[in-house]
Ligand binder design. Structure first.
Ligand code: ADE
Length: 223
């Protein structure tokens, strides 16, 4: 839980204080009413690991949903989910309320998915110990699209990967003009805005071609 509290830092803290977003944390253990607050159990059929219990998770989510008139979209962090891309982030940012369900080490009983029909989301093809990190990534990427959260409204629009923008960002420089023999490209010092824009566009394309050519084809894993 303590890691999630880091969320209250900086931009997010500011957005919460300004009433732009509200975040509530719930510990699913509160819905485990036995003596040991058991949340998981051994898998039927055997095998390693533990499984999060359906009769703990479902009542927890349903109760949290009922705290508001808007039930909200239930998101489950799982390496088996659809990949989180900027397009998915934009989709989530349009929701009034999100309920993010995080697993820890173990998976959920399949009936949690069958009953709640969550939007299963993976933040990448690797396995984390806990879904909290994935939840932080989702919160961080979604909240910056909420109007007013970023100081400059435009900064999210021109980001790499925002809808309609399939190019990586151009190289950036600031003073000093020269450092350890490395100079800032002359054009950026020319004061000619037309030339500067041309250079930036070229730089974005070259960089994208070298690093992420599939973005230029419009072929991404989200398509
Ligand atoms: N939980 C464990 N690994 C994950 C991942 N890659 N994405 C989302 N949730 C996860």
């Amino acid at each position: 839980m303590s890691r999630l509290l880091r969320l209250s830092e900086s931009l997010l803290k500011d957005a919460i204080e300004r009433g732009l977003i509200e975040i509530n944390l719930y510990d699913m253990r509160q819905w485990a009413h036995d003596k040991h607050n058991t949340m998981d159990d051994r898998p039927f059929g055997g095998g390693p690991g533990m499984v999060l219990k359906v009769d703990r998770v479902v009542p927890c989510v349903e109760e949290v949903q009922a705290f508001s008139e808007i039930p909200g979209r239930v998101v489950m962090t799982t390496p088996q989910g659809r990949l989180l891309t900027q397009r998915v982030v934009e989709e989530l940012a349009r929701e009034e309320r999100l309920i993010i369900l995080c697993g820890r080490y173990e998976g959920f009983d399949q009936r949690v998915v069958d009953i709640l029909r969550p939007d299963e989301i993976s933040i990448g093809d690797y396995v984390l110990n806990g879904g909290e990190v994935a939840a932080e990534v989702i919160i961080d990427s979604v909240m910056r699209l909420i109007p007013g959260v970023l100081g400059d409204e435009n900064s999210a629009v021109v980001d790499s990967f925002s809808s309609g923008n399939r190019l990586l960002e151009e190289d950036q420089y600031t003073r000093p003009r020269e450092y350890r023999g490395l100079s800032v490209p002359e054009i950026l010092l020319s004061g000619d805005h037309g030339l500067v824009e041309k250079w930036r566009e070229h730089n974005r394309k070259v960089k994208t071609f070298a690093r992420r050519p599939e973005l230029l084809d419009g072929e991404t894993s989200e398509d």
